[in-house]
Design a protein around this ligand. Structure first.
Ligand SMILES: [Cu+2]
Length: 120
């Protein structure tokens, strides 16, 4: 492996990975969500996580205010409530501060039960 490839693999290993799970609260467009953050194969603890949401198909149409997630029960777990304005595809933006500063954007399809990740 040359130096550039080695550096790239080190950077990628340190890039946080997020997994979001949401279930409907029963109230329209309101979801209880759990974010699992990993970095380098280990749970990322002690991060400050701010979560915003927007619809890629409707730029500027929505104004979901970013809110802070709270630590969950397991290491690397964070919990939050998402109050979206309609069903459909949302881009969930995670802003990380604290031990790691980064921004992750995840695409999820929200339906009446919960959310499914859209992988492209
Ligand atoms: Cu919309």
């Amino acid at each position: 492996m040359d130096k550039a490839a080695l550096l790239l693999s080190l950077v990628l290993a340190q890039t946080p990975q997020a997994d979001l799970r949401c279930t409907s609260t029963g109230q329209d467009f309101v979801y209880d969500c759990t974010v699992m953050l990993m970095r380098g194969g280990r749970p990322l603890e002690g991060a400050e996580v701010t979560v915003g949401a927007d619809m890629p198909s409707m730029p500027m149409a929505h104004s979901v205010r970013p809110s802070k997630a709270t630590p969950g029960t397991k290491p690397g777990e964070y919990r939050l409530r998402l109050d979206l304005e309609m069903l459909g595809e949302w881009a969930i933006k995670l802003r990380l501060a604290g031990p790691v500063r980064d921004q992750l954007i995840l695409h999820y399809e929200f339906d009446s039960k919960g959310a499914t990740q859209i992988r492209r």
